[in-house]
Design a protein around this ligand. Structure first.
Ligand code: FES
Length: 153
């Protein structure tokens, strides 16, 4: 068994199946994307027990008994602050990298609610954006941190 987006799921694929394939092909979760397929681009990023991990190179056996969160698990009834901030900052260009970036940024804000620019850059270091929307992405993460702070006040 595995917990995915707060639901218990039976593993119905061979142990060596990459988590990304299971998420997309068996569960229909299209948030995590296939980019490089080698753990280098971050398009497939998910949270495993709250930590960002690439799912393209993570076999199912390694996540048995763990909790996985995909983009779909971040904002359900209403958008996550990050999703709202990314819309407001128009941070997406082609959008292919955004699922992984949102997942990585959510882990950052969970650990560091008011991150510095340097901390944001470091947290997103494993997420590539080929469109060059980095400045807008950083602003969106800063905005999300502000939104969360105001909501908590
Ligand atoms: Fe997994 Fe690139 S597709 S890191």
């Amino acid at each position: 068994m595995i917990t995915i987006n707060a639901k218990s799921i039976a593993l119905t694929a061979p142990d060596k199946t990459p988590l990304l394939s299971f998420l997309r092909n068996e569960l229909g979760l299209s948030g995590p994307k296939l980019g490089c397929g080698e753990g280098e681009c971050g398009a497939c990023m998910v949270l495993v027990d709250g930590r960002p991990q690439t799912s393209c190179n993570l076999p199912l056996w390694a996540v048995k008994g763990h909790a996985v969160t995909t983009l779909e698990g971040l904002g359900t009834a209403q958008p996550h602050a990050l999703q709202q901030a990314f819309i407001e900052e128009n941070a997406g260009q082609c959008g292919y990298c955004l699922s992984g970036i949102l997942v990585s940024a959510s882990a950052l804000l969970q650990q560091t609610p008011e991150p510095t620019r340097a901390q944001i850059c470091q947290a997103l270091d494993k997420n590539l954006c080929r469109c060059g929307a980095h400045e807008r992405i950083i602003r969106a993460v800063q905005r999300a941190a502000q939104m969360s702070k105001m909501a908590a006040a």
